[in-house]
Design a protein around this ligand. Structure first.
Ligand code: SAM
Length: 273
């Protein structure tokens, strides 16, 4: 019998790794502010898994999650924040707001992950967002965002990844399945890219186009220039290395000023206020 599993559960199992994200934030803070980050704003938070895991990682930590989609925030409250103790839950605040206008107490760290800011396809809008992030940080605060690139990022293609059976944080079981990332269209004139996520597996009720995104594929130099224009004083780029032995990236994020010969990559930018 095929099992029907909520698309958010499958999404998290396929693309999110909050332990890796939190370890990177700590590394960035060791390199820049030289102190432990305590307050996080997770922009485009969706299911708010990062905000949830942030407060669970240290009793001193506070998080704000920002998303404008009420049903997703309701799902986050019911299925993610509910897994916290009452005391931990009080340290997470979910705001149904547009990240362009949101106002929270100034935080140590703002994260915009899984490329969500690429929804802003006009330069002026992305600059407005980066300015608003800048003013939402404490004096030595850091903004962390990720991006993907390389020649393969502009190709119409589908890649897949096998996800083993497991259980989510609420203990909901899911069978082994395949995650598909489809780059359906790329327009060289405005760098717009249309992507879909599908989930399929022998024991899973398939979900075609479970998520779709129309983004602008911003280049790293465009982002660095805009971040500087928004006021950030230093921008570090973190890339994974390559393992010849495994024929895949080595999973270790390192600060780099040179990165050559890769067909496809994911990078993180750390922008220091
Ligand atoms: C790709 S999901 C990100 C989920 C999660 N943060 C992650 O890292 O995988 C993008 C989310 O951004 C939200 N979103 C899109 N535009 C937004 C905006 N202007 N302000 C706030 N949230 C927005 C959507 O509702 C959606 O939940």
């Amino acid at each position: 019998m095929k099992r029907s599993v909520d698309r958010h559960v499958l999404y998290e199992a396929s693309v999110q790794g909050t332990d890796v994200d939190i370890a990177l934030f700590e590394k960035i803070f060791r390199s820049g502010p030289k102190r432990a980050p305590l307050t996080l704003r997770e922009d485009f938070c969706g299911t708010a898994l990062l905000a949830r895991d942030w407060v669970a990682s240290d009793p001193r930590r506070l998080a704000w999650g920002v998303d404008l989609h009420r049903p997703t925030l309701n799902w986050a409250r019911k299925h993610r924040l509910s897994t916290l103790s009452e005391a931990d839950r009080e340290r997470v605040h979910l705001l149904e707001e547009n990240v362009l206008n949101v106002s929270t107490p100034a935080v140590d760290l703002i994260a915009a992950l899984n490329f969500s800011y690429m929804i802003f396809r006009e330069r002026a809008t992305l600059l407005q967002y980066f300015r608003s992030v800048y003013s939402g940080l404490v004096d030595d605060g850091v903004f962390v965002l990720d991006l993907f690139g390389g020649p393969h990022a502009q190709k119409v293609m589908t890649e897949q990844k096998s996800i083993p059976a497991g259980r989510d944080i609420e203990d909901t079981p899911y069978p082994a399945f395949k995650y598909f990332w489809e780059q359906a269209r790329f327009n060289a004139v405005d760098q717009s890219i249309l992507c879909h996520i599908h989930f399929k597996g022998r024991d899973l009720v398939p979900q075609t186009r479970a998520f779709s995104y129309t983004w602008r594929l911003w280049s790293i130099t465009e982002l660095r220039d805009l971040l500087s224009e928004a006021g950030f004083s230093r921008i570090d780029s973190y890339f994974e290395g390559w393992s010849d032995a495994h024929g895949s990236s080595d999973g270790v994020l390192r600060k780099r000023t040179r990165y050559e010969g890769m067909d496809a990559w994911v990078a993180y930018l750390a922008a220091y206020r």
